[in-house]
Design a binder for this molecule. Structure first.
Ligand SMILES: NC(=O)c1ccc[n+]([C@@H]2O[C@H](COP(=O)([O-])OP(=O)(O)OC[C@H]3O[C@@H](n4cnc5c(N)ncnc54)[C@H](OP(=O)(O)O)[C@@H]3O)[C@@H](O)[C@H]2O)c1
Length: 360
């Protein structure tokens, strides 16, 4: 019997998840919750660029909850704890790429609500993805298995958002293209939220590796565009924010032990004073021994593809880390499950479409 799955939000990652679920015999797509009116009633297969599969997308939350799914892939642009608690209490597990990476970092009242919803539904919730996710959680923990001792863990992400087709996230949520004074945690609820999820990741690593962090700091350096840019039809004007360099540092007695740094640009004007550009993610564990891994996700290292194809790679990676976790999350004890306490998540389809691990 396959796990019955609902896709909640069908943006870049949502469609990648739908394709994966449709291709997996151990997963069955039973519904999709959409926000866009024009997608309501549209066949979910069609939304993912496939043949119709006989499942219509809906904006009706009650109808989605009534499906009695085993798991909801919760990938919306803006999150709602109320919504997730309702899903969990209804008896459906949740995997999400949007938040809930380290529940113990949440306000205690929010965590208590989540745990109560999990207990009511006999369900689990797991936040994961690429970063936050595998590269800032799973990979450092996996590499740390080769360490005798650790002095510092750093993850540097270098990305040009010009290739990320979610313009709502780039311009509305992340505020690229705005004056610098509007691109601060103080000025934006979303930037505070976004900062919070990276801090959760720092806290997760610190806790899992026994860092004894006594605080997590945030800072951002903003860089403005020298000239106008056109990003998927949206104008980013000269003088507005085109670069955001964030640091989230987990510290103990003033020393940085765990750090996530982002070097984010839109429009490709890479600041000369930033570290030499190396697209992708560089993870460094300073310790005995010191280890470094660089990850770059492309659609292929063997086939010659246009750049427009490669841009999907990060969305696929993000969505798959959640989709591949579905069986483990459905089988986990009720509660909030992290990358540090679930088993290692592997590709469910592996080299073919048959699940690599025990299915249902
Ligand atoms: N963990 C990671 O590594 C990682 C990396 C990148 C992004 N993310 C997060 O993953 C999530 C999905 O990203 P994405 O790339 O798929 O984004 P996206 O392409 O912008 O899609 C997001 C979807 O959210 C839905 N939406 C529209 N209005 C909304 C509203 N008012 N409130 C809530 N949802 C609304 C839409 O669904 P419909 O089209 O179905 O109507 C939209 O397609 C986001 O929360 C993003 O921040 C995580």
């Amino acid at each position: 019997m396959a796990y019955r799955v609902v896709q909640w939000a069908t943006g870049n990652q949502g469609v990648e998840a739908i394709r994966a679920v449709l291709d997996r015999p151990d997963l069955e797509l039973v519904g999709a919750k959409v926000y866009s009116e024009e997608k309501e009633g549209v066949d979910v297969g069609v939304l993912a660029g496939r043949d119709p599969v006989g499942v219509a997308a809906t904006g009706d939350v009650e109808a989605i909850l009534a499906l009695g799914a085993d798991c909801v892939c919760y990938f919306p642009r803006l999150t709602s704890l109320d919504e997730v608690c309702r899903i969990l209490a209804s008896g459906a597990n949740v995997v999400t790429t949007a938040f809930l990476f380290h529940p113990r970092s949440l306000p205690p009242a929010d965590l208590a609500r989540l745990e109560a919803a999990c207990a009511e539904g006999g369900t689990s919730v797991h936040g994961t993805g690429l970063n936050p996710g595998n590269l800032s959680g799973v990979l450092p923990l996996a590499l740390s298995g080769m360490s005798r001792s650790i002095e510092q863990v750093t993850l540097q992400e270098r990305a040009d958002w010009s290739f990320y087709e979610s313009t709502h996230i780039t311009f509305d949520n992340m505020r690229f293209g705005r004056p610098p004074e509007e691109v601060t945690e103080e000025a934006s609820e979303f930037l505070r939220f976004n900062s919070g999820i990276f801090k959760e990741e720092v806290a997760l690593l610190g806790e899992a590796l026994g860092a004894g962090l006594d605080g997590i700091t945030t800072d951002v350096e903003l860089v403005t565009a020298q000239r106008d840019h056109d990003i998927f039809g949206i104008r980013l004007a000269a003088g507005t924010v085109a670069g955001q360099r964030w640091h989230w540092r987990g510290v103990r007695e003033g020393r940085t032990l765990v750090e996530i740094e982002t070097l984010w640009t839109v429009g490709g004007e890479y600041p000369a004073h930033w570290p030499a550009p190396l697209d992708g993610w560089t993870l460094t564990i300073e310790g005995e021994p010191s280890l470094r891994a660089h990850v770059l996700s492309l659609m292929s290292y063997q086939r010659d593809l246009p750049i427009s194809e490669h841009v999907r790679a990060a969305s696929i990676a993000t969505a798959m880390q959640a989709v591949n976790a579905i069986p483990a999350v459905c089988e986990a004890p009720a509660g909030v499950r992290t990358m540090a306490d679930l088993p290692l998540i592997r590709s469910g389809a592996g080299f073919g479409n048959a699940p690599a691990g025990p299915g249902r």
